[in-house]
Design a protein around this ligand. Structure first.
Ligand code: ATP
Ligand code: MG
Length: 345
């Protein structure tokens, strides 16, 4: 098996590190962006409250508006937490929400009540931010908190996540509707990479407790959503590992270009290691929809494979992109080349 020579001289990563840090600074939202989004949320909360007061409605931000990996003008992912017993099925709630939002002069209101996850889409009239509201997506709120907590432990987590997300967007492999990976899946892979360094740059939050405490279970919809959330006590966790960002980006590409065992391994952020497809019972595909070629365990919904949309042809594309990125990074090419916009020929 031919492998690209591994660069070990830290000097070689200085340029790539500088470029990655510059990209991160360019992509991350300005201070105050989160507060701006919370203000929009608060206004929406007031606006809908009276129409659903029986169900005690509460809007929560999730996804990139709240996980610390948001780009400047990213959509607002919102979940309406509500007592369905009092106000009806998600489908009905979505239709009712759509009516209210139209009446309140929100822009471009579209309801998708029959989608796998029923949502209403619109543009907020003041901020002009695009919003998606789904109903009772409780696990998403928890996984957003988990990702956000990881992002605060070591600055390299946030930086690596932004670089990988940007690379995946430019190379068109961040398109779940086309059968590649969601941003969420890419971020999970990047965080898992940092857990598995030696010494590790991130801990395994779902296995951690405060000193002297026992690990407790926190159950939500039948899933254990416990994780250690006191990131402030973990600020020094990654410091024994002095790898630069450029080294980590290159290493991430190398792992999936040359080292990862696609046939047997499952990426598991929950355990901070790899599981086998066998033990997850993902060794044999059981239906037409859910692929098991690229297997990434959801940290809470552990039977859910974040790579289930990746079929044979998309797997080929993703593997090619890892090899391409690694070759360019390892031969000292600039980040702009590595993240060059993909154009079909
Ligand atoms: P972007 O900035 O690209 O919108 P994002 O952080 O909002 O990125 P998305 O991929 O849009 O990421 O995901 C938003 C939320 O939707 C995630 O926090 C997660 O809860 C949920 N989600 C996304 N993809 C999946 C998936 N494959 N399986 C389960 N939940 C997912
Ligand atoms: Mg999003």
């Amino acid at each position: 098996k031919k492998t690209t020579p591994i660069i070990t001289d830290p000097q070689s990563f200085i340029q790539l590190t500088d470029e990655c840090v510059a990209l991160f600074n360019e992509l991350k939202p300005i201070a105050g962006e989160y507060a701006r989004r919370m203000k929009v949320l608060k206004r929406l909360n007031k606006l809908i409250y009276n129409y659903f007061s029986d169900g005690k409605p509460q809007l929560h931000l999730f996804g990139s508006s709240a996980n610390n990996f948001g780009m400047k003008n990213a959509d607002m992912d919102i979940s309406l937490v509500i007592d369905e017993k009092h106000v009806g099925s998600p489908k009905r709630i979505v239709l009712r929400l759509g009516d209210i939002l139209k009446r309140k002069r929100m822009l471009e209101v579209v309801c998708l009540p029959r989608a796998r996850v029923p949502i209403v889409k619109f543009k907020d009239e003041f901020s002009e931010l695009s919003c998606d509201i789904c109903i009772n997506n409780t696990l998403a709120i928890h996984n957003t908190q988990l990702i956000s907590t990881y992002s605060k432990i070591d600055i390299r987590a946030r930086q690596l996540g932004y670089v990988i997300k940007h690379w995946a967007k430019c190379r068109q492999i961040n398109e779940p509707y086309q059968g590649t990976l969601s941003s969420y899946a890419w971020i999970v892979m990047a965080l898992h990479y940092l857990q598995t360094r030696n010494p590790p740059i991130l801990p395994v939050l779902q296995n951690m407790t405060a000193p002297g405490e026992e690990r407790k279970k926190v159950e939500v919809e039948g899933h254990d959503v416990y994780f250690y959330s006191n990131w402030d006590s973990l600020r020094e966790f990654g410091t024994p590992n002095t790898s630069s960002l450029g080294e980590l980006v290159t290493g991430f590409f190398r792992l999936y270009a040359e080292e990862f065992d696609w046939n047997d391994s499952v990426v598991s952020l929950r355990t901070g290691g790899y599981l086998t497809k066998e033990e997850k019972q993902w060794a044999k595909q059981t239906n037409d929809r859910d692929n098991i070629l690229l297997t990434i365990e959801d940290p809470f919904e552990v039977t859910h494979n974040l790579g289930r949309l990746v079929d044979r042809s998309n797997l080929k594309v993703i593997k090619y992109e890892f090899k391409r990125a690694y070759k360019l990074a390892a031969s000292g090419k600039p980040l702009s080349k590595i993240c060059e916009e993909y154009v079909a020929d």
